[in-house]
Design a protein around this ligand. Structure first.
Ligand code: NAP
Length: 305
């Protein structure tokens, strides 16, 4: 693979940025990669584990001469980071973000964007419940979608190059309109996380979450909720604060459906429950047919015997 960007700056050195670094190295997508994170502790960890070719001591130093700058910080920090790097961007540089919400990030970033640079908002639909510089791995984006949400007036060549870049990291790409993106992500990611947080919270309220019994039998579904509910609190706080309208709308629909199921249970309406669960089972089959998950029992986890 030939080098696509000569100098890449990763701002934020968590799960997504560190995975991008290892994926760039795997296929030699970038020349020199510089990293920067807010705390000296994270920067020191990055140096110790060889994360990035160099670790910068300031935002200015990180973006100096970079032809690609990646904003990989929580959504709520995007405006502050963008304001900090804007005066130091090289002419012609492309800036991308990886935030889970797009309207709020575009609103935060665009006012600071110099006319001679290009902003291409991105959202890699890949992640784990782990965070921080040591959580990344090169394969995170393989066969996962990366949604690209071009801003008005974006230069098509800059957008097309960013799409090719994500493909070089292993992703499949699709462009999407901003409001549609935020609503789709509320359905497929944001509300499922909220439900997982709630379910684990309910078990905790009942004083049972650490019960031997709950842990012992958690393979029956609860375990997957606890995994999702272990996701980074800062990131998810920012997602709900910044994707407020779409998440509230989907939450409203979810609550209506939940009440309908509650009613069916109370009334003993087995047909309602059976038809509902049959429909949702079909959706799961569709996901497997699209190659987005495994149909191996227990999501392919290896049994400990
Ligand atoms: P993470 O592992 O929690 O890491 C966040 C990084 O951002 C840390 O290195 C942190 O530095 C740095 N940071 C925070 N505020 C900063 C600031 N003001 N200036 C400079 N650096 C700052 O996060 P992540 O999971 O990689 O998420 C990064 C972005 O990707 C978020 O916008 C998130 O919405 C998006 N995303 C996440 C996932 C996922 O599943 N995790 C999936 C898709 C997209 P310190 O360590 O020094 O605090």
């Amino acid at each position: 693979m030939s080098v696509m960007y000569n100098r890449v700056a990763l701002i934020g050195l968590g799960l997504i940025a560190s995975s991008m670094f290892w994926a760039m190295k795997r296929r030699r997508v970038a020349g020199h990669v510089t990293g920067y994170a807010r705390s000296a502790e994270t920067r020191q960890t990055a140096r110790e584990i060889g994360l990035c070719d160099s670790v910068a001591g300031s935002l200015e130093e990180a973006v100096k001469g970079a032809d690609l700058v990646v904003l990989a910080v929580p959504v709520g920090a995007m405006a502050q980071v963008m304001a900090g790097i804007a005066p130091h961007l090289a002419p012609g540089a492309t800036v991308i973000d990886v935030g889970s919400v797009k309207a709020a990030v575009i609103e935060a970033v665009m006012p600071h964007m110099p006319d001679n640079c290009h902003f291409v908002p991105c959202h890699p639909m890949a992640g784990t419940e782990h965070s921080g510089p040591e959580s990344g791995f090169a394969e995170l984006f393989d066969n996962r979608w990366c949604l690209i949400v071009p801003v008005q007036g974006a230069r098509p060549e800059a957008v097309a190059k960013v799409a090719r870049y994500w493909e070089a990291l292993g992703s499949m790409t699709e462009t999407m309109e901003v409001d549609h993106h935020d609503q789709v992500c509320a359905v497929v990611s944001h509300i499922p996380h909220l439900i997982a947080y709630t379910m684990v919270g309910v078990a905790d309220d009942l004083g049972r979450v650490t019960d031997e019994e709950v842990i012992k039998f958690s393979a029956t579904g609860f375990r997957d909720f606890t995994r999702i509910a272990a996701s980074d609190p800062t990131m998810w706080r920012d997602v709900f604060l910044t994707n407020k309208d779409a998440t509230l709308e989907i939450l409203g629909r979810f609550t209506e459906e939940l009440f309908a199921l509650q009613r069916a249970i109370r009334k003993g309406d087995g047909d309602h429950l059976f038809d509902y669960f049959t429909r949702t089972r079909e959706i799961r089959r569709g996901i497997i047919e699209a190659g987005q998950d495994t149909d191996a029992p227990d999501f392919g986890r290896i049994s400990k015997g």
